[in-house]
Design a protein around this ligand. Structure first.
Ligand code: BGC
Length: 850
């Protein structure tokens, strides 16, 4: 039955109904409005997004327009030689003719270029290939930069790619079943620890071969910055705290790479010693420190090895961005040192493209449309110096015409990766440094059941991150190295030869495996571009005393690996990085207690990219092997040393301090580990001077020339391991050096004999000390070094040394020139900077400089 309503009720109901209706209506209206707003916002976002993307794409990724590389040419014949008609004019031009000199060819092609083509050549083609965004079949995926082609004249694209530990390109390509892996060679700090320039040159040669066979024309490396402070996140890419060692190693690397007809870009010129605020940091350095420490290594490389290119650094020096500093890039580099190659910017480095080219920064990488526009405007309004443009263009043309691309070299995409794997293993073995070896714990003499502790034992770190990373096909851990050694061992034993058998302790392995399963995600090693920005850093496992007691009861020896990974983008920090983490310290303490209680030994392997704190725990284990980041064969190399297949002969290229604060640079180094601000690379805004913060906006290099051992020696500071230090399994005897001075060179010969029980190599370092110096000098400075060949037990060899007198010069600020102090010098022949085997006093008369 229907309810009857009174009038009032009806009114109320209607009101309610209308209210409801109106609420409903308002809600609907609101909903529609809301939807409209959302749609507009989405549309706006889409437009902004699309616009942004288009803007981004057309300015940073791909903006080359009509400059597609010309790839098909007619062939002309001249006196029986086939020559490509690059500009399709039907005759052989001088620049097309490989029989003409490079100078003639450069002048000829230059004379045929329009202004637009010249300006076009001064910047790269953008970022697309660097981030793997190549169109299928186009370019070389992962190549980080190019020198652009000039289609009208048939000039090819030149490909540039990282980096210091091997080539970095994308290992796989869409729709392509081939792979493009490269060899991960040891990091530069390990290579310099070999003190073996011949070996480093061979490594360079192999890197160059890979570049050549993958179609890359210039490798962006080696790095030659000085390790001013251990916390620079990129130290692993560099050779040393000493400019002579850095320069000699860099020169060897450049010679090796370039022997393939592939260029190098020695970086980062200059004083790029911190990552913190790297695009704006102003390195405030005295002229003397700049010349003697920071420029010196580059000077040696330029003079000894003539690199094709140098890369200017991001930072400023004394107020000016290096990429815009004509005094550094033109007066010193070209005027004083005679550098004939080109200078390219670091990626998006420099602020003002016009000022950069005017200063002698010939090539802007990776190139943006903004830069291109700015150059055209600068040319039109006269701010861009026409002579500078011509000079830079000719330098770039020289590189293009001298490249293998210009010879139409047909790269195979199949470098000999197997051969290079052998070489990287050998190089890594030679650069690992034995820091401690009590009671001849190493090499392992009897069959052992080894407990592998520390996650890095199972997941070795091959190299650092950022642009110094390499996309290798595999990386051998210590665990795998042991397995391979056992397989080899079984073969050897059949032949009646062999080394002890080392088996891995099952209990230690089980505990690790469970840990790995529990953290499976974190154990997936990032690949390709991701590996560059996301360091592989699986969590450590903490062990209880009982677990370690159980392992120690079962195993006969422990190997604990401590791993560290750093790279481009931030500097290192004290906590959990320079210092051991609480878990690592606890592990070393508990493991040594458990193993020593049973009269068993403990070895610590340091799988690190830079200096770490050692003083507080080094008394605990019996042996410490600094394995560095040894590239893709690192685990095999460590096992070669543990078993005594090779005798360690690495020596430290930097000091391991007792306390990082003891470094002369520590007061003026950013120790907070601030992450890099990537936007600063593109949005070039400067902090107002009144807001400057020390070590961020500027860094005072107050320590002057007293960097590394120069400082520790000068202030007589005890260190944990000195510069040049490293133990061997064998022992050597040394003759008194025979010294003579010939023209501008001090020559010395020293006999070295292997008087120990293992074959091995010795490194001899020569330091010079000026007696009664009237200037503020380091107590001693490395002036040369040499390494013996492998000496059999009882074998003797003589090492020859040549020290140009210029290696004794100092920068005289009063004269703004190099100067020489006459008088007596002690030449100290040492197997480290603090282990001198012979001192020879020489007296040097006033010299005219060569
Ligand atoms: C690095 C360079 C590198 C370049 C290209 C920059 O961020 O500083 O060392 O060569 O990127 O990857």
């Amino acid at each position: 039955m229907q309810k009857k309503y009174s009038k009032n009720e009806i009114l109320l109901k209607n009101k309610y109904y209308y209210n409801l209706k109106s609420i409903n209506y308002s809600m609907k209206k609101f909903g529609i409005l809301f939807l409209k707003i959302i749609s507009v916002v989405l549309l706006l976002l889409l437009i902004v997004g699309l616009g942004g993307w288009t803007y981004f794409k057309s300015n940073l990724l791909n903006f080359e327009k009509d400059y597609d590389e010309k790839i098909t040419f007619n062939t002309l014949v001249s006196n029986g030689e086939s020559i490509l008609d690059r500009n399709s004019n039907g005759r052989v031009d001088v620049y097309e003719d490989h029989r003409r000199s490079l100078d003639e060819r450069v002048e000829d092609v230059f004379s045929q270029m329009s202004v637009e083509e010249k300006l076009h050549l001064l910047k790269g083609s953008g970022m697309s290939s660097a981030i793997g965004m190549n169109e299928s079949g186009e370019g070389i995926a992962g190549a980080v930069g190019t020198i652009v082609p000039t289609p009208r004249l048939g000039l090819p694209t030149i490909y540039l790619s990282d980096g210091p530990a091997g080539l970095r390109i994308e290992p796989t390509r869409e729709g392509d079943s081939l792979t493009y892996y490269c060899t991960a060679f040891p990091i530069a700090s390990l290579l310099s620890s070999t003190w073996n320039t011949t070996l480093v040159e061979r490594v360079g040669n192999a890197m160059g071969q890979e570049a050549l066979e993958y179609g890359i024309d210039v490798i962006l490396g080696p790095g030659a910055n000085i390790m001013r402070h251990p916390f620079n996140g990129r130290n692993f890419e560099y050779f040393s705290e000493d400019p002579l060692l850095s320069g000699k190693m860099g020169a060897a690397m450049v010679k090796g790479i370039q022997s393939n007809g592939v260029g190098t870009s020695v970086k980062h010129f200059v004083a790029n010693t911190q990552e913190t605020n790297r695009n704006w940091n102003d390195a405030r350095i005295s002229e003397r420190a700049l010349r003697e420490i920071y420029l010196k290594g580059f000077e040696i490389i330029v003079k000894d090895a003539a690199p094709w290119t140098l890369m200017s650094s991001y930072n400023r020096i004394n107020g000016l961005h290096v990429a815009q500093d004509g005094r550094l890039l033109t007066d010193i580099l070209r005027g004083e040192w005679g550098f004939e190659g080109l200078v390219m910017s670091d990626w998006f480095g420099g602020i003002n493209p016009v000022d950069m080219v005017n200063a002698g920064n010939d090539l802007l990488e990776p190139g943006t449309n903004w830069q291109w526009k700015a150059l055209r405007e600068g040319y039109a309004n006269g701010k861009l110096n026409k002579e500078a443009v011509d000079t830079s263009v000719k330098r770039i043309l020289r590189l293009i015409l001298g490249s293998k691309k210009m010879q139409s070299y047909e790269f195979s995409n199949q470098p000999d990766l197997e051969k290079h794997a052998q070489l990287t293993r050998q190089a890594a073995t030679e650069g690992m440094v034995l820091l401690k070896n009590d009671d001849q714990t190493l090499p392992i003499k009897d069959d052992e059941n080894l407990a592998l502790l520390g996650v890095a034992s199972y997941a070795f770190i091959a190299g650092g991150t950022g642009s110094g990373d390499v996309n290798e096909a595999y990386s051998i851990s210590l665990e795998q190295g042991m397995e391979y050694a056992n397989a080899e061992q079984n073969l050897q034993l059949e032949k009646g030869l062999g080394y002890p058998n080392i088996r891995q302790n099952i209990r230690a392995k089980e505990l690790f495996d469970t840990h790995k399963i529990e953290n499976s995600e974190a154990f997936i090693q990032p690949q390709g571009f991701e590996a560059m920005i996301n360091p592989f850093n699986p969590p450590q496992r903490s062990y209880s005393t009982e677990e370690l007691e159980e392992i120690a009861a079962d195993a006969s020896m422990a190997v604990i690996t401590i791993g560290r990974n750093s790279g481009e983008g931030s500097d290192r920090v004290v906590k959990d990085d320079f210092e051991l983490t609480a878990i690592e310290r606890d592990l070393i303490e508990k493991a040594t207690a458990a193993f020593h209680a049973r009269n068993k030994k403990v070895v610590v392997v340091l799988n690190v990219g830079g200096v770490i704190e050692t003083n507080s725990w080094k008394h605990l284990p019996d042996a410490i092997l600094l394995a560095w980041q040894g590239g893709q064969e690192g685990g095999n190399s460590v096992v070669d040393l543990l078993l005594g297949k090779q005798t360690p002969s690495g020596r430290l290229p930097m000091t391991f301090p007792l306390d990082v604060a003891h470094h002369g640079s520590h007061k003026n180094f950013p120790i907070e580990g601030i992450e890099i601000d990537l936007s600063a690379m593109l949005l070039k805004t400067e902090t107002p001077e009144e807001e400057y913060q020390s070590t961020i906006d500027f860094t005072n290099y107050d320590e002057g020339i007293f960097v590394g051992y120069r400082h520790f020696d000068n202030d007589k500071i005890e260190v944990s391991y000195p510069f040049g230090y490293g133990l061997s399994y064998t022992r050597f005897s040394y003759s008194e050096p025979d010294i003579r001075i010939e023209n501008d060179t001090i020559k010395a010969i020293m006999d070295i004999k292997n008087i120990g029980e293992f074959t091995g190599k010795e490194v001899m370092q020569v330091y010079a000390s000026k007696l009664n110096s009237i200037i503020d000098r380091a107590p001693q400075e490395l002036v040369t070094f040499a390494k013996t060949k492998e000496l059999a037990i009882g074998e003797q060899t003589s090492l020859s040394f040549a020290i140009p007198l210029s290696n004794l010069y100092y920068w005289d600020e009063s004269k703004s020139d190099w100067n020489f102090e006459q008088g007596s010098y002690d030449l100290k022949f040492g197997s480290s900077s603090r282990d001198v085997k012979a001192i020879m006093r020489i007296s040097l008369e006033p010299q005219t400089r060569p």
